[in-house]
Design a protein around this ligand. Structure first.
Ligand SMILES: Cc1cc2nc3c(=O)[nH]c(=O)nc-3n(C[C@H](O)[C@H](O)[C@H](O)COP(=O)(O)OP(=O)(O)OC[C@H]3O[C@@H](n4cnc5c(N)ncnc54)[C@H](O)[C@@H]3O)c2cc1C
Length: 364
């Protein structure tokens, strides 16, 4: 008789892994969450927790804690590729939470629900038997479980999908000072990065993160750090004159897709960015990570009860993911391919007083 170290091994304690562990633990299962680093670790991310993410956090009973840790956004400055510059202020609808705060908070919630968290435990790869993943390899030896949820992010060790990845390159940094309007984020769809953008996301009244995000093949020849340095200089040089940079500039890939198709291998369900679940247009991935973590854990836990074949479980997980993500994927794909004229139109309307009044009623 096989002995297991857990019902579910979850690799990676980002938003996908933490919510997978929380879900499994709440379903009464032994969830073991393995994280390579020690909290609080830096995960390069602007920390925008969208209304979609807020909805899920609320349903999970975690929103109050996240809101307390977050900084409310009530407006957005948009700069279009054509040079229009408009700021729309609306109802507060999203928060920015640094990942050094958000991720330990979610992992703690999983532990409070009964999951076990092992930090500083890098997983070296899947443990394979007869072509099926039956656990993971760690420096302390193999760990076994009926199911593995891979939530190890952009550089996953679990995807067996040979198709090329759609990678966005990013570089970001944090600054302290009084160089932005409190509560107003900025998205600059300027020609050097469009249809992606450079951003300023406030984290408090005096601290903000900046970054650029661009399709991997769009900046051929110019290293992303150099592109970021030029972006900062060109668009924020004067405003940042008295500001202090906090820590180093950091680059990180985003692996995105406009389809649900990299979701499983025998014995493994992939969640979050390891499953390429990032919005191709905006780079938003926290909400999709948490939603997929929840769905993956639910699917794996159901199969522990029913004894279904891995292929059946994987197919059901994919179907549920598609149902949840079909609409946002369609919108993001359309925006990515045809959104710039729409943005120009929005920015043009942004100059009209009636539109500004209307925008004040809408979520930021
Ligand atoms: C610059 C930048 C800005 C972004 N801004 C936003 C934003 O504002 N809003 C938004 O919604 N999304 C944003 N995203 C996307 C978002 O960060 C990701 O989509 C999201 O973090 C994915 O969550 P995840 O849990 O799948 O993976 P991750 O958050 O990457 O977590 C993976 C975890 O697995 C751990 N891990 C990795 N390998 C191993 C291993 N072998 N063994 C054990 N543990 C391992 C890592 O240490 C990490 O803790 C941004 C991304 C970037 C790069």
């Amino acid at each position: 008789m096989m002995t297991y170290d857990a019902d579910l091994l979850i690799v990676g304690a980002g938003p996908a892994g933490a919510i997978a562990a929380l879900t499994a633990a709440r379903l009464g299962r032994r969830a073991l969450l393995l994280e390579a680093k020690r909290f609080p670790r830096v995960k390069p991310c602007a920390g925008g927790v969208s209304p979609r993410a807020r909805g899920l956090l609320r349903r999970l009973g975690l929103w109050d804690d996240v809101e307390r840790a977050g900084y409310w956004i009530r407006g957005a400055r948009l700069v279009t590729p054509g040079g229009r510059d408009t700021t729309l202020v609306g109802a507060a609808s999203a928060v920015v939470v640094p990942r050094t705060t958000l991720d330990p908070l979610l992992a703690r919630a999983a532990v409070a629900a009964g999951a076990e968290l092992r930090e500083a435990t890098p997983v070296r790869g899947p443990l394979l038997e007869d072509g099926r993943v039956v656990g993971v390899r760690t420096d302390g030896g193999p760990l076994r479980a009926p199911w593995v949820v891979a939530a190890d992010g952009a550089n996953t060790r679990f995807s067996l999908d040979p198709r090329p990845r759609r990678t966005l390159h990013t570089c970001m940094a944090w600054f302290e000072g009084r160089f932005f309007e409190p509560g107003v984020l900025e998205m600059l769809f300027v020609p050097e990065v469009a249809p992606h953008y450079g951003w300023l996301f406030p984290e408090s009244d005096t601290r903000a993160n900046f970054g650029v995000c661009v399709e991997a093949d769009r900046h051929a020849g110019t290293p992303i750090r150099e592109l970021f340095a030029r972006f900062l200089e060109r668009h924020y040089g004067r405003r940042l004159a008295g500001a202090v940079q906090l820590g180093d500039r950091r680059g990180h890939p985003i692996v995105a897709s406009a389809r649900v198709e990299h979701h499983a291998a025998p014995g493994v369900l992939l969640a979050g960015e390891s499953c390429r679940l990032v919005n191709v247009a905006t780079g938003e991935g926290i909400s999709y990570a948490m939603e997929s973590g929840q769905l993956a854990a639910e699917a794996a836990c159901e199969s522990l009860r029913t004894g279904e074949e891995p292929a059946t479980v994987a197919a059901r997980y994919a179907a549920r993911l598609r149902r949840r993500l079909a609409a946002p994927y369609l919108v993001s794909d359309l925006f990515h391919r045809r959104g710039m004229p729409l943005l120009e139109g929005l920015a043009r309307l942004g100059d009209r007083p009636w539109f500004r009044r209307l925008a004040r009623q809408a979520p930021a």
